[in-house]
Design a protein around this ligand. Structure first.
Ligand code: ZN
Length: 418
């Protein structure tokens, strides 16, 4: 075959059927009667899932390395192995009533990319790696996103190994018992780029009938405790004008939180999910309300504006209602923008294949959010049925999973050089 007989690399496509078969094969390990998967981190079932991944990776010609917290790195050599690797992956642990696709898709999509390159006889300039991160779900052991967090230095290895499940079994002992207590040291400096393909776990793509979500970043979060102090009084003798009704003020605060997020659409979120009304008695004007405020947005600038609005308008509400409103920040996670050049690689991949795409943001945590702190990172979302995840009925269409994998293939090729 002469060079001119070769199809252009832009025509290269993954084998969607093979990807689907691999997903269904892995889903058998820990399968639940309702069609989901229960494969908690570092259990015997997790060992079987890991063994399946390692066998697949070896069949694709990879060398395997395992670090001290059990992250598995499968490496396919490039032409220049001094270059940092172009990496992809996700997790294979699940929630107790988890689905077949959350995490598993990102890992097996990575393997399918390698099979496709092998079939086409393509060697990339930079090496490629597919990674399985330990305990992303945080169901059996906390903290969540344990493996990727340890990899980037957010958690010390010893701290992770000491964490115990409800039965008192430590991460370190669990790793040893399943044979995945590794000794390899892998530096984040060896990662040139990180891509993660994932089901959306939300309703946006399906609602817009779009196949590929180009994830531009993850929302930052600011959480507050709010205490509203009024004065308890009898519901009968106290005229309306003379009340200090804490719950009435709280109702205005709920409206304020909602409106503030709407004013910064489409990527701002504002939620009051928790509210305690005291004394919560039928004929007493409420004297104290404690409530939560959860603000999310894709930039610190917008988050700051939302918080300024919250403070300023809360003072108006307090004045009008003759109550006191105290607002205390309790949680802050910075927004994490993904790397522009990798986001472009994802969009180019979708466009060149002729797939519909739109920008989306991740409202949830992913291993990619940690990875973005140490390496250029981007994510690819595909729709899942009704936006449902962390549920045994979690579902995704084979053609969407195939499409996302094709985008991953071309984004990785763009970064690794073919
Ligand atoms: Zn996941």
């Amino acid at each position: 075959m002469s060079v001119t007989d070769l199809a252009p690399i832009t025509d290269l496509r993954v084998n969607g059927e093979r990807l689907w078969q691999a997903l269904m094969e892995l889903a058998k390990i820990g399968a639940t009667p309702k069609g989901g998967v229960c494969r908690l981190a570092l259990t015997e079932l997790d060992r079987q899932g890991r063994d399946y991944f390692v066998a697949q990776a070896k069949a694709a010609g990879c060398t395997i390395r395992i670090d001290a917290v059990g992250n598995i790195f499968a490496r396919r050599a490039g032409r220049n192995n001094d270059l940092p690797a172009v990496m992809t992956g996700s997790h294979i642990d699940t929630q107790p009533t988890g689905g077949k696709f959350d995490g598993n898709y990102g890992v097996l999509a990575g393997i399918e990319v390698l099979h496709t390159l092998n079939d086409a006889g393509i060697v990339t300039e930079a090496p490629l790696e597919v990674v399985v991160w330990t305990n992303e779900e945080g169901s059996r052991f906390v903290p969540v996103m344990m493996g990727s967090g340890a990899f980037i230095g957010e958690f010390k290895t010893d701290f992770i190994l000491e964490q115990k499940d409800r039965d008192g079994i430590s991460v370190g002992d669990a790793l040893k018992s399943i044979g995945y207590a590794g000794t390899d040291t892998i530096s984040p400096k060896n990662v040139g780029a990180y891509f993660e393909a994932h089901i959306e776990q939300g309703p946006v793509l399906e609602a817009h009938e779009i196949t590929i979500g180009v994830v531009t970043g993850a929302l930052g979060q600011r959480w507050f405790d709010v205490v509203i102090t009024g004065s308890e009084a009898h519901a009968g003798p106290t005229p309306m004008a003379l009340r200090q009704d804490a719950l009435l003020a709280a109702s205005h605060m709920v409206q304020l939180v909602n409106q503030t997020a709407l004013d910064h659409a489409p990527n701002a979120r504002g939620t009051v999910g928790m509210l305690d009304n005291y004394p919560n008695s039928r004929n007493v004007i409420p004297g104290t309300v404690k409530m939560s405020v959860d603000f999310r947005a894709d930039s610190d600038e917008i988050l700051s504006k939302m918080v300024e609005t919250l403070h300023a308008k809360a003072q108006d509400i307090a004045k009008k209602g003759k109550v006191k409103i105290d607002i205390t920040q309790v949680v802050y996670f910075p927004p994490q923008a993904f790397a522009k050049e990798l986001v472009s690689a994802v969009r180019n991949g979708a466009k060149n294949i002729g797939l519909s795409e739109m920008n989306v943001v991740s409202g949830a945590g992913h291993d990619a959010v940690y990875m973005a702190r140490v390496a250029p990172t981007a994510m690819i979302f595909v729709p899942c049925k009704d936006g449902i995840s962390h549920n045994e009925i979690e579902d995704a269409k084979p053609e969407h999973l195939e499409a996302g994998c094709n985008v991953l293939l071309h984004a990785m090729l763009e970064r690794a050089g073919s």
